[in-house]
Design a protein around this ligand. Structure first.
Ligand SMILES: *[C@@H]1O[C@H](CO)[C@@H](O)[C@H](O)[C@H]1NC(C)=O
Ligand SMILES: *[C@@H]1O[C@H](CO)[C@@H](O)[C@H](O)[C@H]1NC(C)=O
Ligand SMILES: *[C@@H]1O[C@H](CO)[C@@H](O)[C@H](O)[C@H]1NC(C)=O
Ligand SMILES: *[C@@H]1O[C@H](CO)[C@@H](O)[C@H](O)[C@H]1NC(C)=O
Length: 455
């Protein structure tokens, strides 16, 4: 018995003293792509309109949380969008599957959007159809006219949600849909007097790593699963290139960890951050223009929980917006000094965001994660003498990866009842090597990087 204990003890000591030494060389001095200040967007599922509580959405705390993420697109869409009807008269009610949005509710939603400063994209019902199969735009016209009369400025419209999974009599052919997009564009031009000839501004696709019921904790940390996004992005880019005018943007129009409203206890916890941060990194690398997080509020995968307080991914999103700039540098050359597989260390580099920080031009931000259980000691060989600014996000309670709270460099992050958001620009100043503990993620700003491309 004793001997057994001793062996375990020795083993755990060994594991703890092991660490992966990694040398990172930021090779490129060229940007491979550029993201906009609107790179991260959020969604609110149309489904949530059934339960819209104005006092909840327009509370001071909610508005502060939302504004901190501005500028940002908000997309309201989802399966329910294709069963939603706008009505200037009548009460707001639901009949079977159908949702009726009346003018007072539309006013409340737009009031919230105006409070937040967000750019609103609304998903129109594509299943309203004439007998000959073509889209019946009359309800959309009513909504657009009404919005115009109220001075609501929408940044964009979508028509339908995931038409590839329409079933039965709802199935709409691709050629019919493309005619319908042209019809929508014509309506918008008529009412908004916009120029331009393209029917659409961006092509969108949706992505989840899988269904929540099939996912366990380790799946959230599995590099092979994280890599599943790559072929999906490539397919979306390929079809967009093939069928759309040159330069058409490609958006991840709705995306999160796992579908089925997220995995309870995971999608709303620290561990969800690996999928989210990696998704942002890969999308930026591969030239995706906007990534719409499903969702801001609702289900288990919200940036906010059901009480309207931040889940860990809220803080991760805010920190990303503060620190990560638009120019994307080539994925780092990571030279491994141990035999531990490099795919467990995933890092991305951008120029630092100079708009929301005081970092000087030329600075770079490296962000990513350690998917090994042991620490990674990262040596930035080119900056061996430099000060490095670490922003490490960690679970801030005893639940570890399934923690519902997060700390930044050891400081527990929380918002006060009346909406004061803590200052996140509080780096830990370190020198080589930067230690990223096992199963953790974060950001490293290199203020003295002096990269030409970042001026
Ligand atoms: C389909 O029917 C609608 C309503 O009757 C009509 O306005 C439209 O022109 C028709 N479209 C085609 C392609 O026939
Ligand atoms: C969308 O495309 C139209 C037509 O090309 C153009 O007039 C409009 O400015 C674009 N909107 C945005 C938000 O880029
Ligand atoms: C940048 O510096 C100015 C002047 O010291 C200060 O007022 C401002 O709050 C700083 N901004 C940030 C984001 O730290
Ligand atoms: C997060 O911490 C707050 C206290 O700051 C606590 O009330 C809350 O229950 C914690 N959330 C979770 C999911 O543990």
């Amino acid at each position: 018995m004793r001997r057994f204990l001793l062996i375990i003890l020795v083993f755990s000591v060994c594991v703890q003293s092991l660490s992966t030494n990694v040398v990172v060389n930021i090779q490129s001095d060229g940007a491979i792509s550029e993201i906009s200040g609107q790179f991260i967007g959020v969604t609110i599922d149309t489904f949530e309109l059934r339960y819209w509580k104005d006092e909840f959405f327009r509370s001071k705390r909610m508005i502060m949380l939302a504004r901190a993420l501005s500028p940002m697109y908000i997309r309201m869409g989802g399966t329910t969008a294709d069963y939603t009807i706008f009505s200037t008269k009548g009460v707001y009610h639901t009949e079977r599957n159908n949702l009726k949005v009346n003018a007072p509710l539309w006013d409340k939603i737009n009031g919230f959007i105006q409070d937040t400063g967000w750019d609103f994209i609304y998903d129109l019902n594509s299943l309203l159809r004439f007998g000959n199969g073509s889209w019946d735009m009359n309800n959309a016209v009513q909504l657009i006219k009404y919005s115009q009369s109220k001075g609501y400025k929408l940044a964009g419209w979508e028509l339908g949600n995931e038409p590839n999974v329409y079933k039965g009599h709802d199935v709409v052919s691709p050629s019919q849909l493309s005619e319908d997009y042209v019809k929508l564009r014509n309506i918008l031009q008529h009412f908004l007097k916009g120029p331009g000839s393209n029917a659409i501004n961006a092509s969108t696709f949706h992505h989840y790593y899988g269904y929540e019921g099939n996912f366990n904790l380790l799946d959230f940390l599995n590099p092979k699963i994280l890599d599943n996004l790559i072929p999906e992005i490539n397919i979306a880019k390929k079809y967009t290139k093939e069928y759309c005018p040159e330069g058409m943007q490609v958006w991840l129009g709705e995306t999160s960890s796992v579908w089925g409203e997220g995995k309870p206890g995971y999608s709303d916890r620290y561990v969800a951050g690996f999928m989210w941060l990696d998704k942002l990194g890969l999308s930026a690398q591969l030239g995706i223009d906007t990534v719409m997080r499903q969702d801001f509020y609702g289900g288990q995968y919200g940036l906010l929980n059901s009480d309207g307080f931040p889940n860990p991914d809220y803080w991760l999103t805010l920190l990303y917006k503060l620190l990560v700039g638009s120019k994307v540098l080539n994925k780092n050359m990571i030279e491994m000094k141990t035999k531990i597989t490099p795919e467990h260390l995933r890092f991305y580099t951008h120029c630092t965001n100079n708009k929301r920080t005081n970092y000087t031009k030329g600075s770079i931000t490296v962000y990513g994660m350690n998917l090994n259980a042991v620490d990674a000691a990262i040596y930035f060989d080119q900056y061996i003498e430099s000060e490095l600014h670490l922003y490490l996000l960690e679970p801030s309670d005893n639940y570890g990866l399934t923690s519902g709270n997060v700390s930044l460099n050891g400081k527990h992050l929380e918002i006060t009842e009346n909406g004061n958001i803590p200052n996140l620009l509080t780096p830990k100043v370190v020198r080589n090597p930067v230690i990223i503990p096992g199963f953790r993620f974060g950001f490293v700003v290199i203020p003295s990087a002096n990269k030409n491309i970042c001026y």
